[in-house]
Design a protein around this ligand. Structure first.
Ligand code: HEC
Length: 135
């Protein structure tokens, strides 16, 4: 996804309006973003992350820039904007029509428990925390 800084503001607004017009389901953003913060054990989360997620999202969540086929989810840029509810729901349900499938239930790529998913979120937040301290 390259930047599109050359678009005029009204062009961007037109694209957003177009996308909103095409959502079939009522927006769940409010409910999802209001979910409780993740609580868990980052060491356990790292074990799950390394086993399941790193293959696509890169060893430290660097995504494409580390040769992954998934987005950068360990970076400050992503984590400072994404709520725990957003990350949790994405892990549980996946993204339709992408390689990001859900990780809960019988049809999931794995059947992670709610606690295991929270452990992964806490781990992701801990990576970005250590990056902040380095810089
Ligand atoms: C088979 C490859 C693959 C695996 C395994 C995988 N992902 Fe993904 N993931 C993707 C792709 C591709 C996307 C981008 C989907 C899209 O285009 O919206 C994504 C998107 C995401 C997003 C949303 C990122 C954003 O920018 O909105 C989160 C959060 C996420 N994955 C977490 C995880 C976690 C946690 C795991 C391990 C439990 C995992 N993923 C395993 C491929 C994968």
């Amino acid at each position: 996804m390259p930047p599109f800084g050359h678009l005029e503001k009204n062009q961007i607004l037109a694209i957003v309006a177009y996308l909103r017009n095409h959502t079939e389901l009522p927006s769940r953003a409010k409910e999802i973003n209001a979910q409780a913060a993740a609580r868990g054990d980052p060491r356990l989360g790292k074990t799950w992350y390394d086993q399941i997620c790193a293959a696509c999202h890169g060893p430290n969540g660097d995504g494409y820039s580390a040769g992954g086929t998934g987005t950068a989810i360990g970076t400050i840029g992503f984590l400072s904007k994404a709520t725990d509810g957003f990350i949790r729901t994405t892990i549980k349900e996946g993204r339709s029509n992408t390689r990001m499938r859900g990780f809960q239930g019988a049809n999931g790529l794995a059947d992670l428990s709610d606690q295991e998913i929270d452990d992964i979120i806490v781990y992701l937040r801990s990576i970005s925390q250590s990056r902040r301290q380095e810089s």
